[in-house]
Design a protein around this ligand. Structure first.
Ligand code: COA
Ligand code: AMP
Length: 634
C-alpha cells in the first residue's frame, strides 16, 4: 500500500487499523479490546491482551527458527572485546538471570533500577525483568548519584542492577560507588545491589546487600515468561521536563510491542535476518526501542556498541562497525556525525571500508543541520533520513516509511531539507497557536497531535497520572502537546524548529534547564539565574548560566563560575556539559516578575526576537547580548 492509503486508513478508523496491526505479534491471549479510555482521561491500547515482551524478543524468535542467528553483536572498542550472541544463547542467559532475580524477590509488577554501561549484561538485565513481568527503569550512566537518588525515590526499586565500571574514552568510571552514594541519598532502600564485575575494575562488595552477578546465578532454575496484560507496564524511563523532578514515562507492554514491530518493518524497512544498528545507549529511549526490544522482536541482529564515534580509537570506528557486521541500516544522532566530520573532514576513514551493506541512515534526537546532511549523504551515497520522535512516543511521529512496498507517490527518501518528513499513520499532527487555533500551512506554532495517540505512546507518568494530563493534555484540550515548535508545508511535511519549553538538547541528550537552575540558584552567592541553551558546533546546544550575584556578595566571577560548574556536575552529572556561567547585572522580567525565558532562548540562539510588550525594562536584553558576546558567545 502507498503511504497516503495507510495514513488515511489509520486516520479514518484508528481502532480498525490498529486491530489489524495487533496480528503482527504473538499474543498468549489476543486482546478483546483494542482501545480503552482510562479513568484519568488518557487511553490504553490492547489492555486485556496477554503477552510477554521478552517472549517476543527471544523465545518467539527461536520458535520461528532463528535460534542460531546472532541476536546481539557486542562490539566494544574501549575494552577490545567482541561477542556474537545468538538468540538461543541470549534466551538462556536471560532465563537464568531472571531465575536469579526471582530468587532475590523480584516478581511481576516489582520495579528494578538498572545503571549499567553498554555491555550485553545490560540487555540481559532489561529482558530478564520483562520475562518476569517486572518493570525496569534504566538510568543513563552519565547521571550523577543525586539524579539516581531522585529516580530511586520515585520508582522505589526492589533491587538495583549495576556493573563495577563504565568506560568513557580512556577513563574508567567506577559505577558501584555512585550507586552506593545514590542509595545513601535516597529515602527508599532497595533490598540489594547486584553487581556485574568487569575485569578492568572490580567493585568492593562489602555490604551484605551487595551481591555478585555471577554468584547469584549458581544452581538457579531458569525462569519462564510470565504473561502480562497489554496495559501492564514494561518499563519506566525518566526524562527531563521543565522542573527538577524528571518525569517517569511509563511504557506498556502491548501497544509498545505492536508499535515497534510496525515501525521496524514499515519505517526503518528492516526484516528478520537484517543487521540493524541503533547507535545510542540503553539509557535513552532509542536504546529501549531500537537497540533492545524492536530489533529483537523483529528477528534482526542488533549491534550493541560500547564506544564513541571518535577516539575509540578514531573517527573511523562507525565505518568499521558497519563494514564488519554488514549493517543494513542504522539510527544515529547528528552530533555523532558532526564529531566524526570534525576529525575526518574528507571522510578518508570511511573510504577505507566496504559500506555497501548500508541501505540508508536514520537520524534524530536533535536538529539535522544542512551541512552535516550534505556531508554525510555525499560521503555515503545512501539516503540520510531525518525523522522525529520523543521519549514519550517511543517510536517516530514523522518519518519516511522505507518499508512500504510503494512508500509514497514520490520518492520516499527524497529529503526536504529541514523537514523531518510526514506524519506516520496514527499521528494526526496539527500546528496550533497559543490559543489552540489551527495555523495555516507555513506558519510556526505549537506542534500537537490529535488524541488518541497511537499504540506504543506513553499514556501515564509513574505514580502520577495527573502530571501526565497536566504536562501533555491540558494546554490544548483534545491534543497531545509535544513541547516542540514548528510548522507544516503545503504537502504536509513537518519542520521542527525547536522546543517551546525549557528543555535543551545537548549532544542528542534531552536536559532540563530548570533542573540546572535549581542547582545554580542554590549557591549562596546567587540571587537568581536562568540557564539557557547556546548553539554549539558539535553538540548542537550547550547550557550556559546567566547569574545575578546577591547584593553585598564578594565573589570573583571566575571563582563563582568554577563553583557552579562543579555543583552542576556533582548534582546533575557530567552529561549536562554545564561549563559556563556568565554574571549579569539583572535578568529580563515581565512587570509581574516572571523571567522572560522565551526571549532569552532566542537571544542565545542568535535568533531575531520581538520585544515582549510585558517587559519591565527593555535595555536589559541589550545588556545580556553584550555580556554573552564578552564571554565569547557569538
Ligand atoms: N557514563 C559516565 N559518564 C558519561 C557517560 C556514561 N555513560 N556518557 C557521557 N559521560 C560523560 C563523559 O565522560 C563526559 O564527561 P567529561 O566532562 O568528564 O569529559 C560528559 O559526560 C559529556 O559526555 P558527552 O556528551 O558524550 O561528550 P564527549 O565530549 O565525551 O563526547 C561526542 C562527544 C560527540 C563523541 C558524544 O557526545 C557522542 O557520542 N554523541 C552522540 C550521542 C548520541 O548518540 N546520542 C544519541 C541519543 S539518542
Ligand atoms: P528525547 O525525548 O530525549 O528523545 O528528545 C526528544 C526531543 O528531541 C524532541 O522533543 C525534539 O525537541 C528533539 N528532536 C528529536 N528528533 C528531532 C529531529 N529529527 N529534529 C529536531 N529535533 C528533534
Amino acid at each position: 500500500m502507498a503511504y497516503t492509503d495507510e495514513y488515511r486508513s489509520a486516520l479514518e478508523n484508528g481502532e480498525r487499523y490498529w486491530t489489524a496491526q495487533a496480528d503482527r505479534i504473538h499474543w498468549f491471549r489476543k486482546p478483546q479490546t483494542t482501545l480503552k479510555e482510562t479513568a484519568s482521561g488518557t487511553w490504553s491500547w490492547y489492555p486485556d491482551g496477554e503477552l510477554n515482551s521478552c517472549y517476543l524478543a527471544l523465545d518467539h524468535q527461536i520458535a520461528e527458527g532463528r535460534g542460531e542467528q546472532v541476536a546481539l553483536y557486542y562490539d566494544s572498542p574501549v575494552t577490545d572485546t567482541k561477542q556474537a550472541i545468538t538468540y538461543n544463547a541470549l534466551r538462556d542467559k536471560v532465563a537464568l538471570f531472571a531465575g536469579a532475580l526471582r530468587n532475590q524477590g523480584v516478581n511481576k509488577g516489582d520495579t528494578v533500577l538498572i545503571y549499567m554501561p553498554m555491555i550485553p549484561e545490560a540487555a540481559v538485565a532489561m529482558l530478564a525483568c520483562a520475562r518476569l513481568g517486572a518493570v525496569h527503569s534504566v538510568v543513563f550512566g552519565g547521571f550523577a548519584p543525586n539524579e539516581m537518588a531522585i529516580r530511586i525515590d520515585d520508582a522505589e526499586p526492589k533491587v538495583i542492577l549495576t556493573a563495577s565500571c563504565g568506560i568513557e574514552f580512556d577513563k574508567t568510571i567506577a559505577y558501584k560507588p555512585l550507586v552506593d552514594q545514590a542509595i545513601a541519598g535516597a529515602k527508599h532502600k532497595p533490598l540489594c545491589t547486584i553487581v556485574c564485575q568487569r575485569p578492568m575494575l572490580k567493585a568492593d562488595l562489602n555490604s551484605p546487600q551487595d551481591l555478585d552477578w555471577e554468584q547469584i546465578q549458581e544452581g538457579v532454575m531458569p525462569a519462564e515468561c510470565v504473561p502480562v496484560r497489554g496495559e501492564d507496564p514494561l518499563y519506566i524511563l525518566y526524562t527531563s521536563g521543565t522542573t527538577g523532578q524528571p518525569k517517569g514515562i511509563v511504557r506498556d507492554n502491548g501497544g509498545h510491542a505492536v508499535a515497534l514491530s510496525y515501525a521496524l518493518n514499515n519505517v526503518y524497512g528492516m526484516q528478520a535476518g537484517d543487521v540493524w544498528w541503533g547507535a545510542s545507549d540503553i539509557g535513552w529511549v532509542v536504546g529501549h526501542s531500537f537497540i533492545v526490544y524492536g530489533p529483537l522482536m523483529g528477528g534482526c541482529s542488533s549491534i550493541f556498541f560500547e564506544g564513541k564515534p571518535i577516539r575509540t580509537p578514531d573517527a573511523g570506528t562507525y565505518w568499521r562497525v558497519i563494514a564488519e557486521y554488514g549493517v543494513n541500516s542504522m539510527f544515529c544522532a547528528p552530533t555523532a556525525f558532526r564529531a566524526i566530520r570534525k576529525e575526518d573532514p574528507n571522510g578518508e576513514l570511511a573510504k577505507q571500508h566496504d559500506l555497501s551493506s548500508l541501505r540508508w541512515i536514520f537520524v534524530a534526537g536533535e536538529k539535522l543541520d544542512s551541512s552535516t546532511y550534505y556531508w554525510l549523504s555525499d560521503l555515503l551515497q545512501v539516503p540520510v533520513l531525518d525523522h522525529w520522535w520523543q521519549t514519550e512516543t517511543g517510536w517516530p511521529m514523522t518519518s519516511p516509511m522505507m518499508g512500504l512496498s510503494c512508500p509514497t507517490e514520490s520518492d520516499p527518501a527524497e529529503p526536504r531539507l529541514g523537514s523531518t518528513h510526514r506524519p506516520l499513520p496514527g499521528y494526526d499532527i496539527r500546528v496550533l497557536d497559543a490559543e489552540g487555533n489551527e495555523l495555516p500551512d507555513g506558519e510556526a506554532g505549537h506542534i500537537c497531535v490529535r488524541l488518541p495517540m497511537p499504540p506504543g505512546v506513553a499514556w501515564s507518568i509513574w505514580n502520577n497520572d495527573e502530571r501526565f494530563v497536566s504536562s501533555y493534555l491540558t494546554a490544548f484540550p483534545g491534543y497531545y502537546h509535544t513541547g516542540d515548535g514548528g510548522y507544516r508545508d503545503d504537502d504536509g511535511y513537518i519542520y521542527i524548529t525547536g522546543r517551546t519549553d525549557d528543555v535543551i538538547n545537548v549532544a542528542g541528550h534531552r536536559l532540563s534547564t530548570g533542573e540546572m537552575e535549581e542547582v545554580v540558584s542554590a549557591h549562596p552567592a546567587v540571587a537568581e539565574c536562568a540557564v539557557i541553551g547556546v548553539n554549539d558546533e558539535i553538540k548542537g546546544q550547550l547550557p550556559v548560566g546567566l547569574v545575578v550575584i546577591k547584593a553585598g556578595e564578594e565573589i570573583d566571577d571566575a571563582q563563582l563560575e568554577a563553583e557552579l560548574v562543579r555543583r552542576v556536575r556533582e548534582q546533575v552529572g557530567a552529561l549536562a556539559c554545564f561549563r559556563r556561567a556568565v554574571v549579569v547585572k539583572r535578568l529580563p522580567k515581565t512587570r509581574s516578575g516572571k523571567i522572560l525565558r522565551a526571549t532569552l532562548r532566542k537571544i542565545a540562539a542568535a535568533e531575531p526576537y520581538k520585544m515582549p510588550s510585558t517587559i519591565d525594562d527593555a535595555s536589559i536584553l541589550d545588556e545580556i547580548t553584550e555580556r554573552l558576546k564578552q564571554a565569547g558567545f557569538e
